[in-house]
Design a protein around this ligand. Sequence first.
Ligand SMILES: [Zn+2]
Ligand SMILES: [Zn+2]
Length: 660
Amino acid sequence: MKVDVAIPRTKIDMFTYDCDDDVHVGDLVLVPLRNKTTHGVVVNLNSKRPISKLKKIIRIVHDRFIPESLIALYQWIADYYLATMGEVLRLALPSKILKDPDMDVPPAQPVVTAQPPTPTLPQTAAIQEIIANLDAHRFKTYLLYGITGSGKTEVYLRAADHVITQGGRVLILVPEISLTPLLYSRFKERFGDETITIHSGLTQKQRRIAWYAIHQGKYKVIIGPRSAVFVPIPDLKMIVVDEEHDTSYKEHERMPHYNARDSAVMRGKLENLTVVLGSATPQIESYHNAQIGKYALLTLEERIEKRSLPQITMIDLRSENKRFISPALETKLQHTLAQGEQAIIFLNRRGFAPHLICPKCGYVVRCKFCGLPMVYHKPNHGEGATLSCHICSHKTKKISICPHCHRGTLLYRGAGTQRIEEMVNRIVADLQDKEKTKDISDCVLRLDRDIARKRGQAEEIFEKFERGDARILLGTQLVTKGFDFPDVTLVGIVNADVIINLPDFRSSERTFQMLTQVAGRSGRGAKKGIVLMQTFHPEQYAILFSQLQDYRKFYEHEIRTRKELDFPPFARLVLVRVKGQNADRIAREAEKIAQRLKRIKEIAVYGPNRSFYYKVRKDYRVFILVKMQKNFNHARLRFLTELKPSGCTIDVDVDPMDVF
Ligand SMILES: [Zn+2]
Ligand SMILES: [Zn+2]
């Protein structure tokens, strides 16, 4: 028999081999490839590919290693995202997984667990709907739209409990590794050692052990970031995608640029599962799917225990003399501390100052590779003061005198988290002088990627804040995600505008999501919360609707705009990025590609245009945006992935999250 075998980390879709008849789809096999032997997975029997002089499969290493339905999912990802099976298998079977397969893992012990809280009425209604579908054993996708603090996790937990009682298993996807421990502890509380996490933060050995344990059915609840969508799980009945709007579900770095949420829905279809997508700020496409009946909508529109949403006040920075922390925010911060409560301060910008500028000649220090302003970082955890390019990570020593005119002393412009941290510390010190309160120095924690780089550091900070050992948590997007700190009564948003100026059709949506999520951290306990939102654009609708905390109004406004412009969910986008070291050559090649695309008359082709970050390191970057109706078979664009112009790299992103 002739069979097709996909081999991880190859650019080729599949290889064809000869074999005896006892081979199945999904078998892990050892095959000769060039002068070596390697592992592969059987993806098709009775291959019709016209290839002569076939080599023979050496042996079957593991019978039915990947279930057929998952092979179908991998094939769908390869087809939809215009990638090869070899590339998909690279993600699905990370390196070293195939070394030493069939590891034996000791069974987990179920433990007696915490008493669950009584669900609210809306929670009960949602749980019942999901359970009814689980009992019917049919594929269905739910969008669980629940405002911040409405208890979405309890819905997941109850539904998971039902699945486990019936002997099934549950997969929970979380947007980021740093959020895994949080949800893990909630599930662990309820289900004990039947819960496991799998993610790239584990060592290769730990990950391999976890993978095989899950594959053998040793655990009931599997929690992990986007790559967990590939893991084979026997008797899987339900997939939950928590914070489904989060852009981390999209693979940004390399092809295939898959979206784990959409892949989870497809897996649900192929394996006949219940899929639950949860969010307080659903992606526009998802809410639209719920409107047109593709998903079933479940809503939780009240916070648990009748707690109210925080009161949000806007502070117009145009009248604040360019102060980074307005007097109103300063006063509220001191008040919060004096009351013994906690605060979160949010700013989506790392470092001390985003620009260094010469007051004499106007020179701005820029990255020698990318031409973008270098960000000044103060000494940090053993690293000296540096200037750092946030696009390519190029670093240099800090300089004080202008290298251009040699006369001016460089000044800091703007503020990042380090600078705000200094200001907040000063506010704390002032309060202490004024009120002679007990020592509250050392009460500010900063969390951004500079700090979270070290493994376990983010978790340590969250734990410290949760224990109340610190009173102010200051940070970037990392602090906006689904955390639940009941003593936080103040959220201060230093600058609501950071994303709004990006040239992207999603910038309003992203702004609304970010602001609503961070505001939702306030007032989750017994005390009412407030939010102060500083902005230069109080009239912008994303900012306005986030102040009103009205997702539906925002959705209605946004969906009208999308319709007018014929953007997703009304059309499909494919982004073609071309990069290379020679600016003229990539411009020429991109133009050729655009011309070829323009010959397809059913699609609209925009560009080539320079990327927002045109030069990164040594590469110049341009992009072509292709827009098509959803019924257009975009497999016709596969030729793009097969082009190999010299000196250029071509990257094809189906359903891109960023379009600049
Ligand atoms: Zn750079
Ligand atoms: Zn100068």
